[in-house]
Design a protein around this ligand. Sequence first.
Ligand code: 5GP
Ligand code: MG
Ligand code: MG
Length: 193
Amino acid sequence: PGDPALDDPGAEYGYRDEIAAVLLSEQDLRAKVRELAVAVAADHDVDTPPLLVCVLKGAVMFLTDFVRAMPIPTELEFMAVTSYGSATTSSGVVRILKDLDRDITGRRIIIVEDIIDSGLTLSWLLKNLASRNPAAIDVVALLRKPEAVKVDVDVRYVGFDLPNEFVVGYGLDYAERYRDLPYVGLLGEHMYR
Ligand code: 5GP
Ligand code: MG
Ligand code: MG
C-alpha cells in the first residue's frame, strides 16, 4: 500500500507515468528561494530598487516566489528569448521574442534565470543587456548544471547545482509541458527517447 504520490509523482497533477522522480520538493524550493532573496537583498539598497529581468518562460515561477520573499522593493521586466537547438539542448544562437519595455540605462539589473546548462543563452543575454549601459548586472539562477562551469559567465547567486539530467517543473518545460508542476522533477526517459 505505497503512497501514490511517491510511486508516481506526476499522477496527482495529471501527468500519469511521466515523471520519474522528484528532485527538489516544494519545501526545498521554498527554503532556497527565501535564502536567495535575503542574500540578494543584502547586496542592494532599499532606496535604489533593482530592476529584475525575468527570462520567460522558465523563470516565471521562480521570479514570483523570489520577489515576494525579497525584503526590499524591486521592479520587474520580462524578456523572452529563444535559443535554436533540439528540445533538450541549446545552440547559443539566440533570438529575442519579447524585449524589455523600457530603457535600463543606469539601472542595477538582476537577471532572473531558471537554469544554466551550457551557459550559452545567458552569456548572450549578458552581452546584450550590457550594451544598453546599465549601472550593473548580476545574475540569480535557481538551478545550474555541471556543463555551466565551462563557460565564462559570472553568476553571482545560484540555488542548486544539479546532476547532468533533464529536469522539468516549477516553470521548466519539455515541449511546453510540465511547467505547472510545483516541484522540480526528472522526466521519465521514455518521454523523450
Ligand atoms: P543553456 O543556453 O544554458 O544551455 O540553456 C538555457 C536554457 O535551456 C534554459 O533557460 C532552459 O530553458 C533550457 N534548459 C537547459 N537545461 C534544461 C533542463 O534540464 N530542463 C529544461 N526543462 N530546460 C532546460
Ligand atoms: Mg531560462
Ligand atoms: Mg524550454
